[in-house]
Design a protein around this ligand. Structure first.
Ligand SMILES: [Zn+2]
Ligand SMILES: [Zn+2]
Length: 220
């Protein structure tokens, strides 16, 4: 079983259209793919509709869950809550926040805003995640990402350790910007184990967290 809640298309800085990416995912054995293009107020309205349209199209013809989302990327930390709310109002099923990865100049305070926001569902590649941030994520039912994206993945070990200590729910995502970045074979599992999570924790992600996450975002 492969699932992925963090991917990009040419609606932001990815290489494929949403339906192309979903098609590849389906061919690679995904059971669920979320499309989460980079947004701010500049493009939020323009992006959600076409993502929704292709997700709907894919689900009509193929046996795959295709879930429309967005990723709030490098926006002012203080704007996260209002923007996440707006994204939901426009029909995004879930909201990802681009966390404080150590390889980009993300505003300090982004992680803490994200894990305190009721409209945020997933904190992506949170970099030097603190125990306090992880505890708030656990308390507020905001999922924390282990990533296979080059660069962002440098902190996976730290994220796994702090997240485990705080009892967060993890998801493992590709942050794909092209179909070449999608998972094939056992790669998703290998990324999870490479972060320091154990087999049992990986099983829990696949068997429990995925369903819980879909339920949380109102998706069956
Ligand atoms: Zn990107
Ligand atoms: Zn991303």
């Amino acid at each position: 079983m492969i699932y992925d809640f963090h991917t990009h298309t040419f609606l932001s800085d990815g290489a494929s259209s949403p339906i192309e990416l979903i098609r590849f995912a389906y061919a690679y054995g995904y059971s669920c793919i979320g499309i989460s293009d980079h947004v701010s107020y500049s493009n939020l309205e323009k992006i959600v509709e076409p993502i929704k349209a292709d997700c709907k199209l894919a689900e009509k013809y193929w046996d795959i869950k295709a879930v429309p989302g967005v990723e709030l990327t490098n926006v002012p930390a203080g704007s996260i809550s209002g923007m996440a709310k707006k994204a939901k109002e426009l029909g995004a099923a879930y909201v990802v926040v681009h966390g404080e990865t150590i390889v980009e100049e993300v505003e300090e305070g982004t992680n803490i805003e994200a894990v305190n926001c009721e409209y945020v569902d997933l904190l992506a590649h949170p970099g030097l995640l603190t125990l306090k941030e992880a505890e708030l994520a656990a308390k507020n039912d905001i999922y924390v990402e282990i990533t296979s994206r080059v660069g962002h993945s440098l902190c996976n070990g730290r994220v796994a350790k702090a997240g485990r200590e705080a009892g967060v729910s993890f998801l493992v995502n590709s942050d794909a910007h092209s179909h070449n970045d999608l998972y094939k074979g056992d790669f998703q599992k290998e990324v999870a184990l490479g972060s320091g999570l154990n087999e049992k924790e990986y099983e829990e992600i696949i068997k429990v967290n995925l369903k819980k996450f879909l339920k949380k975002i109102g998706y069956r």
